[in-house]
Design a protein around this ligand. Structure first.
Ligand code: 4NP
Length: 151
């Protein structure tokens, strides 16, 4: 199953979510069942490694983030089975970008898979401190485990 994690810049939330999911799939002996990737709705940071703060949180849990930022492209909607948006802005961008209306069925909010109740969004931590990144990490952990139970 091919899962694409999507945020705005593809340097903070989505590469962290991808790294956490990859790590847990691996630890569950299920890495062969999944092809995770991440992308951004914007191209501002194309080619960059994840933000230092995402990398710091990840490495403190033994997860090395090596993803290079890229923008979502039309063929992603064919290639991926599930496209997970970090917030509602990302969701509406993705719905707008989908080449065919039928492909919109693949797009969901990431936090639809969070077992804890919330407002459905992963807050953008870019302009804040490390705490925001810790929150993204914790959400990613819960969502990854739920994805592994579901698929
Ligand atoms: P992300 O965070 O969408 O979680 O990667 C952001 C990264 C960069 C910017 C905004 C949010 N930016 O404005 O450059």
């Amino acid at each position: 199953m091919k899962i694409l994690f999507v945020c705005l810049g593809n340097i903070c939330r989505s590469p962290l979510a991808e790294g956490v999911f990859r790590h847990w799939a691996d630890r569950s002996g299920r890495s062969g069942d999944f092809e995770p990737d991440s992308a951004g709705t914007a191209a501002y940071h194309e080619g960059e490694l994840p933000d230092d703060r995402s990398r710091k949180i990840a490495i403190s849990h033994g997860i090395r983030l090596t993803h290079r930022a890229r923008q979502v492209k039309g063929e992603d909607f064919d290639r991926f089975d599930l496209i997970l948006a970090m917030d509602r802005d990302n969701l509406s961008h993705l719905q707008f970008m989908a080449p065919h209306p039928g492909l919109r069925e693949k797009i969901r909010l990431f936090r639809d898979f969070d077992p804890l109740p919330g407002d459905g969004e992963v807050p953008d931590p870019y302009y804040g401190g490390l705490d925001g990144f810790r929150l993204v990490f914790e959400m990613s952990l819960r969502v990854s485990q739920r994805l592994l139970e579901t698929f």
